[in-house]
Write a protein that binds this ligand. Structure first.
Ligand code: ARG
Length: 491
């Protein structure tokens, strides 16, 4: 028990008095901040999550100061030891947080003073909280970006496995929510693969701009101390150092990029959710959710609701909101740092947590979907999904496509009147629309041919789709290697 055995109330009082006297910027002030103001401006509840990055950044800063002989090695050692002790205290739940200390940076520095004494006051040489917080967030975000990429890779493997496990399943493809043409279920799933590959690319691209080391920019103008910023960057594994101190403390583009990439990715997840919600309806019945991922109704005993998909769709709105909030917050800020920017972390953490959780839910849920092959196939054989194929058949026999389109349109109208599909009309009936139609037309109108004749690159023909999933696996293999991911999604 680090602060003695006192009651919580008494401890709070003592702690506050002690710390209020030690506000890091209080020299210029003749009055103490009131508690409501402290509560209003404190960000500790949110930014305490950055503690490990803040400590790692401070340790690198100590080393940089010692290397430049701004502080002695002995002082640096003492500071580093103190910082490591604080890390342990936080991780073992012994560290006490208090709103009067505003944020994580002040908490750590203030506790450091308690542990190592006056030397703690040297830590903030050549640094400001403005470059410090920029550093912390960049370190957090590069880890978080990698986490998201890893999760997306898992999701991609799940999609590919699902596609491969059902490679002969056919369903109607839709445009305008109307049955349009038959496609392979695997082809449909691989469309999501393409979306998530673009997402991975966006997150990966963002890493370059996250990975820029801002420390040493100090408040906004740089520092008078002869520190080697490249050394700090090396210690913290940053390939680049920020080139302009004003930009370094006022730039939040890298967060905006992450929020944009996250918004697009959530939009993809939301479209997938929408399809799952539709497909599980009684009307569609294409798939069934695992019981563990659905809930019932408190009043209607027959209900099985797709809550996970609905929540992903719902949370997408929140992520878009986070992006809009940060864009709006930044748009009128004069250079350089402004306190408004403290709000960025609420938005960033919110989005990162939502995105991470939503991908995770899909990684867990998708492998357990029941695919109702027969229902899908049945749906693909009604609604004139082979009309284009009949037109293609005629065009293949020399009829100009526009004429063929018109001719098939008439056939569809006639079939509708008889409540039949095109392939249910007799050869004679079909020939009444064009003499080019022969017995081989029925093969062209079969479900198998609807799929297998679409052999254009990127089309739904079985062999194209098989090749696409193979290529996707290879692509994922390369990405996994690049990011040191060992998963194959088979678990
Ligand atoms: N808690 C602040 C933030 O998150 C840290 C920087 C404060 N800087 C300042 N000049 N008050 O933005």
């Amino acid at each position: 028990m680090p602060y003695g055995c006192v009651s919580k109330k008494c401890w709070n009082l003592k702690y506050k008095e002690k710390n209020m006297a030690k506000k890091l910027w209080e020299g210029r002030f003749s009055e103490k901040t009131t508690e409501p103001v402290e509560a209003f401006s404190a960000s500790i509840e949110v930014d305490k999550r950055l503690y490990a990055y803040d400590i790692a950044g401070s340790i690198a800063h100590c080393k940089t100061l010692a290397q430049a002989a701004v502080i002695s090695d002995v002082d640096a050692d003492a500071l580093i030891q103190g910082l490591n002790q604080i890390k342990t205290e936080i991780e073992t739940g012994k560290f006490r947080f208090d709103e009067s200390l505003e944020d994580i940076h002040m908490h750590i520095e203030s506790r450091l003073f308690e542990i190592v004494g006056k030397v703690a006051q040297k830590l903030h040489t050549a640094r400001s909280r403005n470059d410090q917080v920029a550093l912390d967030v960049r370190m957090f975000l590069r880890d978080e970006t990698l986490n998201i990429i890893r999760r997306l890779v898992d999701l991609q493997y799940v999609l590919i496995h699902l596609a491969k496990a059902h490679e002969d399943v056919v369903l109607p493809g839709y445009t305008h929510m109307q049955r349009a043409q038959a496609v392979l279920f695997a082809h449909h799933l691989l469309a999501y693969y393409e979306m998530f590959i673009r997402d991975i690319g966006r997150f990966e691209g963002g890493l370059n701009r996250i990975n820029v080391m801002p420390l040493g920019s100090a408040a906004l103008a740089g520092t008078t101390f002869p520190i080697d910023r490249n050394y700090t960057a090396k210690l913290l594994d940053f390939p680049e150092v920020s080139a302009n101190s004003i930009d370094a403390v006022s730039d939040r583009d890298f967060i905006l990029e992450f929020l944009s990439a996250a918004s697009i990715c959530m939009m993809h997840l939301s479209r997938l959710s929408e399809e799952i919600i539709l497909w599980t309806t009684f009307e569609f019945g294409f798939i069934e959710l695992p019981d563990a991922f659905a809930t019932g109704s408190s009043i209607m005993p027959q209900k099985k609701n797709p809550d996970v998909a609905e929540l992903v769709r719902g949370k997408t709105g929140r992520v878009f909101g986070d992006l809009m909030a940060l864009l709006t917050m930044m748009k009128a800020l004069p250079l350089a740092y402004n306190r408004d920017m403290q709000e960025d972390k609420i938005l960033l953490f919110d989005t990162a947590d939502i995105l991470s959780a939503c991908i995770d839910m899909y990684v867990r849920m998708l492998p357990h979907l029941t695919i109702n092959k027969d229902t899908m196939e049945k749906a693909a054989t009604s609604g004139f999904l082979n009309a284009t194929d009949l037109a293609d058949y005629l065009a293949g026999k020399g009829m100009p496509f526009r004429e063929a389109h018109h001719c098939v349109g008439r056939a569809v109208r006639a079939a509708l009147q008889q409540k039949k599909e095109l392939h249910e009309l007799s050869l004679k009936e079909l020939q009444s629309f064009s003499a080019l139609i022969q017995e081989d037309v029925f093969d062209s109108l079969s479900l198998k041919q609807l799929i297998d004749r679409r052999t254009s690159f990127g089309g739904t023909a079985s062999k194209r789709v098989k090749a696409a999933s193979k290529k996707a696996e290879q692509q994922l293999g390369k990405i996994s290697k690049r990011f040191g991911i060992s998963t194959t999604g088979q678990g």
